[in-house]
Ligand binder design. Structure first.
Ligand code: ADP
Ligand code: ZN
Length: 753
C-alpha cells in the first residue's frame, strides 16, 4: 500500500494566504484526511489547522516538522463543506485558514481548553408596565427618582443589565431596590433565560392545506435537479414559509436528507423560527448568537452526528456540518445582513448556492423584493423563477397612500407632533387605536435627533474619531457616535462660535416615541431599535408583546420590517421615507424600496385589511412610486437600467479595496501605490475587462481614528476579478511607516460607504 499520508498541507488560522507542509508520523496516518483538524507546532506554540491536501508535493532534501496531534476521528469539514470553504477563500481573496476558522466552532479551532461558561449577569426587568400617564402620575407622585429610572428602563426596552444601569447610566441601587419592593421591577439572572428557544413555549403545529400557487411551487422545488437554484418571488403574505416547510417535509423527512434554513437574524424572526420548530420538533437545531461556546459545540456535534437534520440560523449556519444536504433555503434573500462584515467577507446567499451545488442539493432564495443580483440571474435563467403573486386566502395587498411633506399647511408645522405626523397619518393612527387594532411605524433613524447644528455659524457637532456627525440621545442624555460609540455631553453653546443657538435636526425614533406618548397618552407604545434591544432576547420579548396585543403601536427602525406576521396590524406608517434614499451608495434606492415594500407588507395580513402611509418629500422617486403600486417589476427594470451607466452590480462585478491608517498622507500614499500596482497588473497581465477606479477617499473618510481611502475594481467577468484579487492579495503588501496600514478586500460589497 502506498504511504499516501506521510505529509499533509495545512491551513493555519492566521492572515496568510499559503498553506504549510507537515510530516505525519505513522500513528496519525489514518486520521488525516482533507478537512481534518491537526495540531501543529508554530514558533514554539501549538496551533489548530485544517488539512487541505493529504498528498502535497514534497521538496527533495527538505526537513518537515511533524504534526503533534490528529484529534478528528472523522474530518471536521465534510468534503462538500471543505470545497465550499476553498471557494470562499478564492472568491473573496481571504486567507483559507481564516475561512476554516469562521466555519468551525471556536472551541474546535482554539489551542486552549474549553472556555469557562460566562458568569451570569443580573438583568433588571419591568415587572408591572404602567400604561397611562395618569397612572404614572399617581404612582410616582412622591418619588420622581423612581419614575425617572422606570422610564429610563422603559425606553431601553424594559430589560437592561443591572451593571450597565449602575456603572454607565448612574442609576442608584437604592432607587432600584425601592422599585423592586413596590413590584415595578424584578431582577433576574440571565443564565436562567439564556436560550430563548429552549424556553419559548413550542407553538402547536397546525397543518395548512397549500393553495394551488403554493402547491405548484412545492412541486417544482421538490423536483429540482441537483445543483438547481430557485428564486421564490412571493409577495408579502403569500405564504413562503409554508412552501419551505412542505419542501423540507419531502426532502428531509421523506427522503432522509438534511437541510439548512437561513434567516437574516434569529432574534428578529422568532415567529419564523417557531414555525419550523412546530413542524419538525427535535429534528431542528437553532443556531443563534446567544449560544455560549460550549452550547455551540454541543449543537455542532449533534448536527455532525446526524442527530439534528434541520438547521435554522443566521449567516454562519451556512457552515453547519450536515451530511447529505438536500436543500438550503435563504429566506429574505435580499437582506444585507447575509454579508459578513469582517474577514472572510462572504455573502451567505452566494455561499449557500455554492454549497448546495457541492452537496448535490438545491438552493431556494426567497423574497418579496429580491436583490437585483438574484433577479438578473433569474432573467438569464441561471436561477429558476417561481412566483407567488397573491396573498393567501384571497387577501389583498394593502392600499398605499403617499403624503407629500412639502405640501403641508405651514400653520400646523409649529406643533412638533404635527410636524412628524401628517394629518392623514394622525387620523388613521387614532382610528386604529380606537378600534383596538395595531399600527407599525417605521423611522430608520435611531436616537433622538440625527445631529446638532449651530444656528449662527452652521457648525455640526462631529465625532472626534470618525467623520460623521454625533447623534442626540435623550435617555440617557448625550451625544453619541453610531460608528465608534464615542459619547459626550450635549452642548449648550457652539464650540466654534460660542453662539447659544444650538438646534437639533433630523428626527430619530426616541423623539417620535416621546411625541406619541405625550400626544396619545392612552396608546401603548413599544420602541424597537438598537438602543432598546441590547439585552438578549429583548427583540423576541417586544414582538411577543405585540403578538399578545399588549402593544398598540410598534415603532422602530428597519428591524421591524423583517417578516413579521401580525394579522391585527392594520396600519403601517413610514414616518420619513427619505432617510437613506440619498446616501452616496449605489444601493440606496434598492434599500429604500425594499424597506418600504417590506414594511408595507406588514399591514393587512388579517381579514380586517390594511392601509399604509408613506411620508416623503420626493413622491416622484421611482422607489417610492413602485412601493405605492406594489410593483417590484417596474422598480427593478428602472433600477437595472440605472446600473448600466455608470456600471454597478449586477451589470458588473465589484471589489472594494479599502486602505486605512492612522496617518492621512500615508494612507493616501498606500492607496495610490495600490492603484498603480493594480493598473500595472491589468496592463501587463492578460486580464481583460477589469477597470481600476480611484483611489479616492471613502464616503466616510475616517472611522475610529483611522483614515480611509479606497480603490474600486469593476469587472465584466467574475473569473477575471478573481484572478486580479488573487494576485494582488498574495503579492502586494502596503508597506508604510507609522500609519499602521491595513488593506481590506471587500468582494461583492453591499455598501461602499
Ligand atoms: P410570507 O413569508 O410570504 O410573507 P407567511 O409565510 O408569513 O408569508 O404567511 C402569511 C400568513 O398566511 C401566515 O399567517 C400563514 O400561517 C398563512 N398561510 C400560509 N399559507 C396558508 C395556507 N395555505 N392556508 C392558510 N393560511 C396560510
Ligand atoms: Zn466615532
Amino acid at each position: 500500500m502506498p504511504n499516501a499520508r506521510s505529509a499533509v498541507a495545512v491551513a493555519l488560522p492566521v492572515p496568510l494566504y499559503g498553506t504549510y507542509t507537515y510530516r505525519v508520523e505513522e500513528k496519525h496516518a489514518t486520521r488525516v484526511e482533507p478537512g481534518s483538524r491537526v495540531v501543529v507546532p508554530v514558533r514554539g506554540r501549538r496551533m489548530v489547522g485544517v488539512v487541505t491536501d493529504a498528498e502535497p508535493r514534497l521538496e527533495e532534501g527538505r526537513q518537515y516538522r511533524a504534526i503533534l496531534e490528529a484529534p478528528d476521528e472523522q474530518p471536521s469539514l465534510t468534503a462538500p463543506l471543505l470545497a465550499t470553504c476553498q471557494w470562499i477563500a478564492r472568491h473573496y481573496a481571504a486567507p483559507p485558514g481564516l475561512v476554516f476558522r469562521a466555519a468551525l466552532p471556536s472551541l474546535l479551532t482554539g489551542p486552549g481548553k474549553p472556555a469557562p461558561e460566562p458568569k451570569s449577569r443580573r438583568i433588571a426587568n419591568i415587572a408591572n408596565p404602567l400604561a397611562t400617564l395618569v397612572e404614572r402620575d399617581a404612582v410616582f407622585k412622591r418619588s420622581p427618582k423612581q419614575r425617572e429610572v422606570f422610564e429610563l428602563l422603559e425606553s431601553l426596552g424594559g430589560r437592561v443589565p443591572v451593571e450597565h444601569l449602575e456603572t454607565q447610566l448612574g442609576v442608584s441601587s437604592s432607587v432600584m431596590t425601592s422599585l423592586v419592593k413596590r413590584g415595578f421591577l424584578s431582577i433576574e439572572r440571565e443564565a436562567t433565560m439564556r436560550d430563548a428557544f429552549g424556553r419559548r413555549p413550542r407553538a402547536p403545529h397546525v397543518t395548512l392545506e397549500p393553495t394551488p400557487a403554493q402547491r405548484a411551487a412545492i412541486d417544482a422545488l421538490s423536483a429540482g435537479e441537483p445543483g438547481a437554484v430557485f428564486l421564490l418571488h412571493g409577495v408579502t403574505g403569500s405564504g413562503k414559509t409554508l412552501v419551505y416547510i412542505e419542501v423540507l417535509r419531502r426532502l428531509v423527512i421523506e427522503q432522509g436528507r438534511s437541510a439548512i434554513v437561513l434567516v437574516p437574524e434569529i432574534a428578529l424572526t422568532p415567529q419564523t423560527v417557531d414555525r419550523f420548530r412546530a413542524a419538525f420538533g427535535n429534528s431542528v437545531a437553532v443556531l443563534h448568537s446567544a449560544l455560549s461556546d460550549g452550547e455551540r459545540l454541543d449543537a455542532w456535534r449533534a448536527i455532525r452526528s446526524g442527530e439534528r437534520r434541520i438547521v435554522v440560523g443566521a449567516r454562519s449556519a451556512v457552515f453547519a456540518p450536515l451530511s447529505n444536504v438536500g436543500v438550503i433555503i435563504v429566506d429574505e434573500e435580499h437582506e444585507s445582513s447575509y454579508k459578513q462584515g469582517e474577514t472572510p467577507r462572504y455573502h451567505a446567499r452566494d455561499v449557500a448556492v455554492m454549497r448546495a451545488k457541492a452537496e448535490g442539493g438545491i438552493a431556494i432564495l426567497g423574497s418579496a423584493t429580491p436583490s437585483l443580483e438574484s433577479w438578473s440571474y433569474a432573467q438569464r435563467e441561471s436561477y429558476k423563477l417561481l412566483s407567488l403573486p397573491d396573498r393567501v386566502g384571497g387577501g389583498a395587498l394593502p392600499r398605499v397612500q403617499v403624503v407629500d411633506l412639502r405640501e403641508r399647511n405651514p400653520a400646523t408645522l409649529a406643533d412638533p407632533y404635527r410636524r412628524v405626523f401628517s394629518e392623514p397619518l394622525d387620523r388613521a393612527l387614532r382610528t386604529t387605536i380606537e378600534r383596538g387594532e395595531q399600527a407599525i411605524l417605521l423611522l430608520n433613524r435611531r436616537g433622538f435627533a440625527a445631529f446638532v447644528q449651530c444656528n449662527a455659524c452652521g457648525d455640526v457637532v462631529a465625532c472626534p474619531n470618525c467623520s460623521i456627525s454625533l447623534t442626540v440621545h435623550r435617555t440617557p442624555e448625550r451625544l453619541t457616535c453610531h460608528y465608534c460609540g464615542h459619547a459626550e455631553e450635549i452642548r449648550v453653546k457652539c464650540a466654534r462660535c460660542n453662539g447659544p443657538t444650538i438646534k437639533e435636526r433630523g428626527l430619530g425614533t426616541q423623539q417620535v416615541e416621546r411625541l406619541l406618548i405625550e400626544t396619545l397618552p392612552s396608546a401603548r407604545v413599544a420602541r424597537m431599535d438598537v438602543d432598546t434591544t441590547s439585552a438578549r432576547w429583548a427583540h423576541a420579548d417586544i414582538l411577543d408583546r405585540v403578538a399578545r396585543k399588549e402593544v398598540d403601536v410598534l415603532l422602530g427602525t428597519q428591524m421591524i420590517a423583517k417578516g413579521l406576521d401580525f394579522p391585527n396590524v392594520t396600519l403601517v406608517g413610514v414616518i420619513d421615507a427619505d432617510v437613506g434614499l440619498n446616501l452616496p451608495d449605489f444601493r440606496s434606492g434598492e434599500r429604500a424600496f425594499q424597506l418600504m415594500a417590506q414594511v408595507a407588507g406588514r399591514a393587512g395580513r388579517g381579514p380586517k385589511g390594511g392601509l399604509v402611509f408613506i411620508q416623503t418629500r420626493v413622491p416622484g422617486h421611482h422607489a417610492v412610486r413602485a412601493a405605492v403600486e406594489h410593483d417590484y417589476r417596474s422598480f427593478v427594470s428602472k433600477e437595472l437600467m440605472d446600473r448600466e451607466f455608470p456600471a454597478y452590480p449586477p451589470t458588473v462585478r465589484l471589489a472594494n479595496v479599502v486602505f486605512s491608517g492612522t496617518e492621512e498622507a500615508e494612507t493616501m500614499g498606500a492607496a495610490e501605490r495600490g492603484a498603480t500596482y493594480l493598473n500595472k497588473l491589468i496592463a501587463k497581465g492578460r486580464v481583460e475587462g477589469v477597470h481600476v477606479i480611484g483611489p479616492a477617499p471613502c464616503a466616510i473618510e475616517r472611522i475610529k481614528s483611522r483614515w480611509r481611502w479606497h480603490v474600486l475594481l469593476r469587472a465584466r467577468r467574475s473569473s477575471e476579478l478573481t484572478r486580479v484579487l488573487s494576485y494582488f492579495s498574495t503579492h502586494h503588501s502596503p508597506e508604510g511607516g507609522t500609519a499602521n496600514l491595513r488593506v481590506v478586500i471587500d468582494r461583492d460589497p453591499v455598501s461602499l460607504l
